[in-house]
Design a protein around this ligand. Structure first.
Ligand code: 13P
Length: 360
């Protein structure tokens, strides 16, 4: 898609972006988030005793993208910049492998979180400077959608300033991405940190999404050409009252129907530190009836965790690790269709992965 002169924005999303959205938000499929920054990827590798070298990151990401049949359950993969330009250990471009698998390549375009001066110890997300030219280059390299993750902390407020800043950054990013032919994934993650109950998460999420849609409208973002990546509405990670998948689904769908226009094609949830099984059960509960949008997943930890542990950095474990990823991809595929049961799931897949103040 070529660049348009300013002010020549068409009335809606047509042609290729429209088809791409249909592919990404297709029944029984969701997104594999594998766009951990080098620092975060380093923490993952460290957990299995590997050094954070480019070769080790390449080996793990080669393993992920070359799982046979992955494209039956995964419609898009979000990459970190290094991976977008990287080849597999056998010298094939990672982007080409994804396309062969029927998976749309995407790119993380934000530049991470930094302290928000004047707030209650909160953060803001950098990356707008030079974004248009970076995105033009990413498009040339094969990326077709983008992701921008910013966070909102409940225990730290959230202050009005932090919510406004999060929404404004997301809206500018979404407008710039659409102008550069990339479908924007809009992700204001409401962190799991805190002792608050589910009602409080619901209240904060309503505010955050109201502000995000307001700012997107102000920036002429076409709602039919975005994907959302929300957190599920759950109690804080340190809250004593836990919620059932049905309660999480009730609150989350109520939030979405109050705040998200039906023109938005897809809602792709993050897992946020939930266990693999919990994230799948919650998604399944949300798909027990028809929804105006495609309700699916865009998980990193809840897809990759068992896979990473099974691999352990050993070539002889690659096949078993790939089977572990396929198992999770299939389970979430079923959950997207509302047909998942957790019978036979391993105890390990039920262990939560919450980390305080998680950065990506
Ligand atoms: P988790 O599913 O591990 O929360 O990560 C998803 C993601 O892309 C965060 O930006």
């Amino acid at each position: 898609m070529g660049r348009r002169a300013p002010g020549r924005r068409p009335e809606g999303v047509h042609g290729r972006p429209r088809r791409r959205l249909k592919t990404i938000a297709s029944p029984g499929r969701g997104i594999l988030a594998m766009d951990e920054s080098n620092a975060t990827c380093g923490k993952r590798l460290d957990s299995i005793g590997l050094e954070n070298t480019e070769a080790n990151r390449q080996a793990f990401r080669t393993l992920l993208v070359s799982v046979p049949g992955l494209g039956n359950h995964i419609s898009g993969a979000i990459l970190f910049e290094e991976t977008l330009y990287q080849s597999t250990v056998d010298g094939k471009k990672i982007v080409d492998i994804l396309v062969e698998q029927g998976i749309v390549p995407g790119i993380k375009v934000d530049k991470g979180l930094v302290p928000l001066t004047g707030s209650n110890d909160e953060s803001w997300c950098q990356g707008l400077d030079g974004l248009a030219s970076r995105e033009a280059a990413y498009y040339q390299q094969g990326a077709r959608f983008a992701k921008w993750r910013t966070v909102v902390s409940i225990p730290n407020g959230p202050s009005e300033l932090a919510v406004k800043e999060a929404a404004w950054g997301l809206a500018r990013y979404a407008a710039i991405s659409q102008d550069n032919g990339l479908v924007p994934i809009v992700e204001p993650e409401i962190l799991l940190d805190g002792e608050h109950g589910i009602e409080r998460t619901f209240e904060v999420a309503q505010k955050v999404w109201a502000e995000t849609f307001y700012q997107m409208a102000q920036n002429n973002v076409m709602f039919e050409g975005i994907l959302l990546k929300p957190s599920m509405v759950t109690p804080g990670a340190e809250c004593k009252d836990r919620a059932t998948p049905e309660q999480v689904a009730d609150y989350t769908l109520k939030l979405l129907s109050r705040r998200v226009p039906p023109a938005v094609p897809g809602i792709m949830f993050l897992s946020g530190g939930q266990s693999e099984v919990e994230a799948t059960l919650n998604l399944n509960a949300m798909n027990q009836g028809p929804n105006p949008w495609h309700v699916s997943f865009s998980y990193a930890r809840a897809l990759q965790n068992t896979c990473l542990k099974t691999w352990g950095g050993r070539p002889e474990n690659v096949k078993a690790a790939q089977e572990a990823l396929l198992l999770r991809a299939k389970a979430n595929s079923l959950a997207q269709l509302g047909k998942y049961t957790s019978d036979g799931e391993a105890a390990e897949a039920k262990e939560g992965m919450f980390v305080k103040n998680y950065s990506y």
